[in-house]
Each structure stands twice: as structure tokens, then as C-alpha cells.
Design a protein around this ligand. Sequence first.
Ligand SMILES: [Zn+2]
Length: 259
Amino acid sequence: MVVLVNPGHTLTGAGSGAVGVLNESKEARDIANIVIRELNKHGVKTILDKVDKAASQAECLNRIVAMANRSDIDYFVSIHFNSSSNKSAHGTEVYTYKGRQFTDALEVCDFISKEGFRNRGVKDGTGLYVIRRTNAKSMLIEVCFVGGQDAATYKKQKEDVGKAIARALWNNVQKVEEDKKNKEEGKKDMLNKLVVYKGDVDANIAVLVAEKHNCMIVKDSVYEKIKSTIEVKELIRVGGLEADTNRYATAKNAIEKYL
Ligand SMILES: [Zn+2]
């Protein structure tokens, strides 16, 4: 799992971000660094995709997307700060392709809002260049507004805001890895019961046991070869146990225990 983290905008000049009490370009870079540090701590690989200087905003966006699509990534995460002519606008929001309500996107909103911001929810980001043009799953985070009540809260909570984003992403990465693991394990055939018999002389009694328990039967030497590909809840051994000193003892033990 590789997460590409993109602090939005150039640092200065053409394509640079909003400036209010906070400077979007600078804060996006600080948050990106915290997110990368925290993800790396959890063993998640990251790529930093940033363009500090460009001739135009279009060039900046092109280069960000080109790098994302050149890299083998599972997730494109762009970090931004919001601005509005309405000074009372506040809160955190996330944009996804077609506004898909991914759990991790919802959690980014939820976890950031717990640091003291209004949760504005997950919105349709199809109109945003970096969302529309990147091949990987993508999200654009508007952490909070660069002015108004958000700026003061952000200054106090900055470190925790970065950690909150990383935590939401990390939760998802874990789920993806677990799903992968479960799928691999799911390839094993699951058997409720299986009768395994030792010698040819034990076969007859083993057949009776298998019939009674309505399960399959296999010779011990075969079982040894296939056991890594199957999973058995209850293994019934006929022969080969300590009490099975000869074929009669084996039969007696099997009848007493299983028939
Ligand atoms: Zn922005």
C-alpha cells in the first residue's frame, strides 16, 4: 500500500494557495509532512508529490497529476485549506470522485472535526482537476478555512490535525491489508470434519466413521501432502494414535469414540 501525499499549490508565485490568517501553501506542506511521518511510523509507504514553483497554476496541477500517474500508488491525497469571502464560513470538508462516501474520507472529516472544527462532510470533487485526472483512488482535504474561527483553533491543534488525517488513512490501509489476507486465506477449502486413516487395514473402519459423520476420508500419507491447502475444523484420526497398537485396537477405539 502506497499513499501519495500532495500539499496543494505552489509555495509562492503563480499557483500559490489562499492567504488569510493562515498561509495555505505553507500549512499544507506542514500537514503533509506530519501525515507522511505518521504513516511511515505505521509502516505505510508514502510519496511526497509537491510543486513549489511553476509558471502557472495549470503547470502546477499538470505536474502534480503527472507525478501521481507515473507512480504506482494506491491512494492520492491532496491537502488544502479553504477560503471564502464569507468570514463566518468554517469547518472541514473532503472531496472525492463523484462524492463517493469512502469510509476513510468520512473518517478524515470526522477525526479532524473532533479537533474542534465543524464537519462539512464529503462532497463531489469531480470538478477538481487533481481528483478528475488522477488514476488512483483520490481525496482532496480542505482541512479548515484560512481565516475566521478556524485559524485560531488550527494553530492550537495543528499537530493533532495532521495525526487525525494519518489515523483515518491508516485505519483504511489496515482494512485493505486485512481484506487481502482474508481473501488469500479464503482460498483454502474449509472442511467441517475429515477422517484420516493410517494404514490400509484401517480403511474399512474409517469408511464407517466417515459415513456416520457425513464427511470425507483420506489416507494419512495423502493428508500430509494436501494439508496446507485445506482447513479442517475437526480432524478424526483412525489409527496412528498411541492407543492404536494394532488393527483391532484401532477398530475398537474408533467404534467407541466415533460410532
Ligand atoms: Zn487549495
